[in-house]
Design a protein around this ligand. Structure first.
Ligand code: FES
Length: 561
């Protein structure tokens, strides 16, 4: 333990990795733009600069704590210095803040307010640069980039994709893909983690809100919504409700008010996914072929395998993602002229994920020549849609999702968190009693660790399972599989750390408390669910016994990747 003096007060510290963490522990919110606890320290923006008792100024994010340090965080010199940094950043930044998609949620804008900057003294001499709209997932606007490098490090360190990097020097410096390629021409998986870490509007979600409003206004169109598990635990706090608490009933209500004809629950098709994937898993275990089976619900992971590990494409489960299944099934349901009432069906999926915007364009996301999902709307876009309506979301009553695709099991809800798919699949393989479900919950499948390995007994054999979140960790696991060091039967991968609750389309700036609250929210929703195992869902059973008969492969599987 050590002690330092911060603004005249003694503060104890133990294993904090930098001075910045100790200052924050002391209750002082030092501004930062390039520091993030999940990324390596870059030290580029210098906003976290403080001063010591010898007048030395240094970036607190890059300074190791030492016993006896005396720090001043708000001296006159420091305040002037920070204000000048923000002014200089604004000077080289496009000025269309009023119409920027990140307005109100931009760290740079917030700092300008905080430091009382009401006009920029310097002209912006940078040439206007072209926007990159090529990706269905994200939009890159170099005019708003402040060169903090957060996107570069997120893409490299968290995801191991390395699409973005720095080019040129000095005032010409820019962040871009190699050879200034368009994002769509790279190996970008569309996970949107660069957007989550970007403090300004330089990387944002490729929005599809206007197209959805147009569909809702068209009397000849039946507009159907489906809502993914992770969305329901990330909307409430934007409207002053408890962080992480499921607000699914309110979401159903507000979507009905917006004009959606039906609102379905993606947990229903998560149950379908479990049925199909667990059957496929058992078949492969029996035959010993194409093992380990790899989950296929995360589109960023699927693209990662296709781009970088094509030899494992056939290991991916052929089951479509829950999102893909529900859209295919619902569109098929309304192909019946009696049900459609002569209207064209438009499917809108509310997802925590930007990569889903790529998934819906894959050739295997079409049925009978028609696109299964027309639009993917992220949680962030949903929040903006609700705000557009002016509806008092917080005071809405809960409404039930529509039948016949509105009821999911607790296992289906767990798809939103890392390990959830595996837990739901394992529930399908054990008896429906409390002890068996507890055994599954405690087998090692839960928890935040980026790589979880465990073994469970099944039918006299040991089944080896690996659960991964964060694509950089998937590189590590696949290297072990390739070398023969690991012998798994099942690998679950979610591209985003902690799973879909931290997807690239979720509201930004989620700290540790928010992350934990979202996870807890999903486990609480599972606890509250009447049905725990997907195979006990009566709606699933009746679908298999009736409407789905003979169409299982066409609607629930891919023929390849
Ligand atoms: Fe420390 Fe940017 S936050 S230099």
């Amino acid at each position: 333990m050590g002690i330092m003096t911060i603004d005249g007060r003694r503060v104890e510290f133990t294993d904090e990795k930098n001075v910045l963490s100790i200052i924050r522990k002391a209750g002082i919110d030092i501004p930062t733009l390039c520091y993030h606890s999940e990324l390596s320290t870059f030290g580029a923006c210098r906003l976290c600069t403080v001063e010591d008792d010898r007048g030395r100024m240094f970036a607190s994010c890059s300074e190791e704590p030492r016993d006896g340090m005396v720090i001043y965080t708000n001296s006159g010199r420091i305040k002037k210095y920070r204000k000048l940094i923000v002014e200089l950043l604004l000077a080289a930044h496009c000025r269309d803040c009023t119409t920027c998609v990140k307005s109100g949620n931009c760290n740079l804008q917030e700092l300008a307010h905080r430091f009382g900057i009401t006009r920029v003294r310097f002209d912006n001499t940078r040439e206007e640069r072209e926007l990159d709209m090529s990706s269905p997932s994200i939009v890159r606007d170099p005019n708003k980039c402040i060169l903090c490098g957060n996107c570069v490090r997120a893409c490299d360190e968290l995801q191991g994709i390395n699409v973005l990097g720095f080019a040129f020097r000095g005032t010409d410096a820019m962040v871009m893909p190699a050879f200034n390629k368009k994002i769509a021409e790279t190996n970008c998986v569309g996970c949107g983690q660069c957007r989550v870490f970007c403090p300004t509007g330089a990387i944002s979600i490729h929005m599809n809100v206007d197209e959805v409003w147009d569909a809702l206004a068209d009397p000849n169109v039946r507009v159907i919504a489906q809502v993914a598990p992770a969305v329901r635990v990330a909307v409430g706090d934007a409207f002053g409700l408890t962080k992480g608490k499921s607000v699914m009933g309110k979401i159903v209500n507000v979507l009905h008010r917006m004009g959606f004809d039906e609102v379905y629950d993606t947990t229903f098709s998560a149950d379908l996914t479990v049925m199909e994937e667990s059957a496929e898993f058992l078949k492969r275990i029996e035959s010993g072929e194409r093992l380990p089976i790899m989950t296929s619900c995360c589109p960023a992971w699927v693209k990662f395998v296709c781009d970088q590990y094509p030899e494992y494409k056939t290991n991916l489960s052929t089951a479509r993602s829950p999102e893909g299944m529900l859209s295919a099934v619902a569109k098929e349901w309304f192909r019946d002229p009696e049900k459609s009432g002569g209207k064209r069906t438009v499917m809108v999926s509310f997802m925590p994920c930007t990569a889903k915007k790529i998934e819906i364009n894959r050739p295997n996301s079409y049925t009978k020549g028609e696109k299964d999902t027309d639009y993917v709307i992220t949680t962030t876009e949903l929040i903006s849609m609700i705000k557009t309506t002016g509806i008092d979301f917080a005071s809405l009553d809960a409404e039930a999702s529509d039948v016949p695709f509105g009821l999911g099991s607790g296992g289906g809800v767990l798809f939103g968190v890392t390990g959830g798919v595996t837990e739901a699949v394992l529930r399908r393989l054990v008896p429906n009693d409390k002890a068996a479900l507890e055994m599954v919950a405690n087998c090692g499948v839960r928890g935040d660790e980026p790589i979880k390995e465990f073994t469970i007994p099944y039918n006299g054999m040991d089944v080896n399972i690996c659960v991964v979140s964060g694509l950089a960790n998937a590189h590590t696991v696949l290297a072990k599989v390739r070398s023969g060091e690991a012998n798994y039967h099942l690998i679950e991968v979610m591209a985003c750390r902690r799973g879909c609750i931290m997807g690239g389309g979720q509201p930004r700036r989620a700290g540790d408390r928010t992350k934990a609250a979202r996870t807890r929210g999903l486990y609480n929703a599972d606890q509250a669910a009447m049905i725990k195992r997907p195979n006990d869902n009566p709606m699933i059973q009746s679908l298999y016994d009736g409407f789905l008969k003979g169409k299982e492969h066409e609607l629930l599987h891919n023929d390849g990747y």
